[in-house]
Design a protein around this ligand. Structure first.
Ligand code: WT7
Length: 674
């Protein structure tokens, strides 16, 4: 963000106090803040007893002796799945709808808590019959269908560890994740619906396992029938999900596991090429998931219909589609497909049809709806909506106000929630019944979470200044490490601000932030080489490595450039090998390389533009100056070039990126996002 953008954010003067009807029935209470300030650990111990049913009660709240690896509620025992299922049935809520789901073609399924519990029991038995037990890893590669939720909960019920891989990721990405996690079983589907068509999933699994060859730890592949598309079959390895479940016994007693039993690994991009397997465990994660879900969304589980639009392949889908809402016995709405299929009002139609009361989505989606115009949502009855949420990237005040006015009927409060795969759950947010809202600000740390904004040197900044976001005390849902890489865990999050010799551990989030005079926090985006495209994290280095791995490419540099709709977009600068230059025109190279990245990583990583250049701007020590490339990509005058080894390079690049050979792809160069 430029200083101009920060300034316009901080002078944003609109204020929205909680609507009376939300304030009156508010689930969150000011006492939460008071108690958490006075006695943080006592606060979390109370939340742990209130939100979770323990098979064996814990006696110690936090063990930080192994910092920075925390142990929360460590001598307590629980079964995460039973907390999301059986206990609600036992409490007489078996007939409450757990999941109402609509497929992209319009097929609808309604599943009660009793039915979901029964299904998960069968699935747990089926997985156990395949040899899955405590600590084993199971990869899940599914469309957004109810079986995805069943699969996650069945794995959790066995004390095993799931690793969900987003269905949009390529066979190569799936391969990397299966290999790193050492998965024993893969759960997939023949295909799922997207943009009116069936996209096949099983072939990517076959390809990924083919790439693994004898290194494969995978013994079985369970296949859900959804797309009805033809697929290849390996009779020794593959089983139909429905057959396996039908053959499995109906009863399954949920065993209790230690609070620190691993629950899931979820891969996310970091600053280096290799995605990190973020490890989360059971008790603390479930406590903070349930607590934040209840309070941040003002959940009234008996009457709300809650819809989080994230896919289960992302952490938002783990915490706020599955674990938080189901632990709270909420009714969750799920939609398989894309927002514009078969018409651009699809989401609004779904809200009207299913009576959605809480909507949680990403700024990218809001900005793309904004572009289409308010007439589309105005064609539907959205009056059921009472709470709106935003996540994934900073939300600009313009989009915030549009969201509140057009979707929220000028009344629904918006909670802008800041958190990360690593934090597990929401860390900064307003509370709809308590907080006077400021468009564009995520506002306050949730009770029990301690956040500071620090200078590079680790000194706390005074309002109204900017700096780096840090978490200064451990929190229950924090990651417990990077799978198989303790060094990287220390290095990435704990080396910048911590002083281990003084026993001081400070978590570095990788985000820039401002704090204003009221103590409200304004997020400014990543300060590292991580891009945020449509609320999804991508690594510049990972995409550069992918480009350089293509035999046509000599060198590549990738930057995240501002984009009106997606927040940031991937822009690549590539030098083609001398020996290959004659093979294609620049425009052809550019298209081939965009397709290459999409194939290797997944469509979300496809660059918006690939500029074919003959030089890259480098310092005398050979470091690529991405800042200058970002200036070009954003159509800005180029900044200071004095440290370049050859300042003439930038002039060349500027000319080339505007050259006739590439105008076809630069034509839509976006205006900068405000
Ligand atoms: C990064 C984490 C947490 C679920 C989705 C993304 C950015 C997330 C916000 C927000 C400004 C945000 C940060 C963060 N981010 N929420 N409300 N305002 N930025 O999870 O893929 O782990 O990405 O997303 O830059 O570090 P993730």
């Amino acid at each position: 963000m430029s200083s101009y953008e920060i300034e316009s954010l901080l002078t944003e003067a609109r204020r929205f106090p909680p609507p009376a009807e939300i304030a009156e029935g508010s689930i969150a209470h000011p006492d939460l803040y008071r108690q958490s300030r006075e006695d943080r650990l006592g606060f979390w111990a109370d939340r742990a007893r209130e939100c979770v049913t323990w098979a064996k009660p814990f006696t110690q709240t936090l063990d930080w002796s192994g910092a920075p690896v925390a142990r929360w509620f460590a001598d307590g025992e629980l079964n995460v799945a039973a907390n999301c299922l059986d206990r609600h049935v036992d409490a007489g809520l078996g007939d409450r709808i757990a999941i109402r789901w609509e497929g992209e073609p319009g097929d609808v399924r309604t599943i009660t808590y009793a039915e979901l519990t029964a299904e998960v029991k069968r699935a747990a038995n089926a997985l156990a019959a395949l040899g899955v037990g405590q600590g084993d890893r199971v990869a899940i590669y599914l469309p957004l269908i109810p079986e995805a939720v069943v699969a996650m909960l069945a794995v959790a019920r066995l004390g095993a560890v799931h690793s969900v891989v987003f269905g949009g990721f390529s066979a190569q990405s799936l391969h990397d994740r299966i290999l790193d996690a050492g998965a024993k079983v893969v759960i997939t589907a023949d295909g799922g619906y997207r943009k009116g068509k069936v996209f096949a999933l099983k072939p990517a699994v076959d390809e990924a396992l083919g790439l693994l060859g004898s290194a494969s730890t995978v013994e079985h592949v369970l296949v859900v029938r959804r797309g009805e598309n033809d697929i290849a079959w390996d009779a020794d390895r593959d089983l139909w999900w429905h057959d396996a479940l039908r053959a499995a016994p109906a009863e399954h007693a949920a065993e209790a596991f230690e609070a620190e039993n691993p629950l899931f690994i979820l891969y996310t991009s970091g600053t280096t090429g290799k995605p990190k397997g973020i490890l989360h465990t059971s008790g603390g994660y479930l406590v903070q998931s349930a607590f934040t879900h209840r309070n941040v969304f003002d959940l009234h589980p008996e009457s709300d219909v809650y819809w989080c639009t994230a896919d289960i392949g992302w952490v938002t889908g783990h915490t706020y589609v599955v674990y938080g809402p189901l632990a709270n016995a909420a009714t969750v709405f799920l939609y398989e497909g894309t927002p514009d299929t078969p018409h651009p009002g699809r989401w609004w139609e779904l809200i009207e049809r299913h009576g959605v009361t809480i909507l949680y989505t990403a700024p990218t989606a809001i900005r793309s709806f904004m572009k289409l115009g308010r007439q589309i949502p105005q064609g539907f009855d959205l009056t059921s909506l009472r709470i709106l949420g935003s996540v994934g990237e900073p939300i600009n005040p313009e989009a915030w106000v549009w969201y509140r006015d057009v979707i929220g009927g000028e009344r629904a409060p918006i909670v802008d929630t800041w958190w990360q795969t690593e934090t597990g759950t929401i860390m900064i947010s307003a509370m709809p019944g308590l907080t006077t809202l400021k468009p564009g600000s995520a506002q306050l740390p949730v009770p029990g979470v301690r956040i500071d904004i620090l200078t590079e040197e680790g000194v706390r900044v005074d309002p109204p200044n900017g700096g780096l976001l840090a978490v200064t005390e451990p929190w229950p849902s924090m990651l417990r490490g990077i799978w198989g890489d303790p060094e990287r865990y220390l290095e990435t999050y704990w080396s910048k601000f911590s002083r281990p010799d003084e026993g001081k551990w400070v978590y570095f989030a990788g985000d820039g932030a401002h704090v204003d005079e009221d103590g409200d926090i304004w997020l400014l985006g990543r300060v590292d080489d991580v891009m945020n495209v449509s609320g999804h994290r991508l690594s510049t280095t990972e995409i550069e490595s992918t480009l350089v791995a293509n035999p046509m490419v000599a060198e590549a540099a990738v930057v995240g450039a501002s984009d009106e709709t997606t927040g940031q977009a991937v822009v690549a600068y590539v030098i083609v090998k001398q020996s290959r230059r004659e093979e294609h025109t620049d425009a052809e190279f550019s298209e081939l390389l965009r397709a290459h990245v999409a194939k290797e990583i997944g469509a979300i990583a496809r660059p918006r533009q690939v500029y074919i250049v003959t030089e890259l701007p480098k310092t005398r020590s050979g470091k690529i100056m991405r800042r200058l490339l970002r200036d070009v990509a954003e159509g800005r005058p180029i900044g200071d070039t004095t440290t370049l080894a050859d300042p003439a390079v930038m002039k060349l690049i500027e000319e080339m990126s505007g050259s006739p050979a590439t105008t076809s792809i630069t034509a839509g160069l976006p205006k900068r996002r405000r």
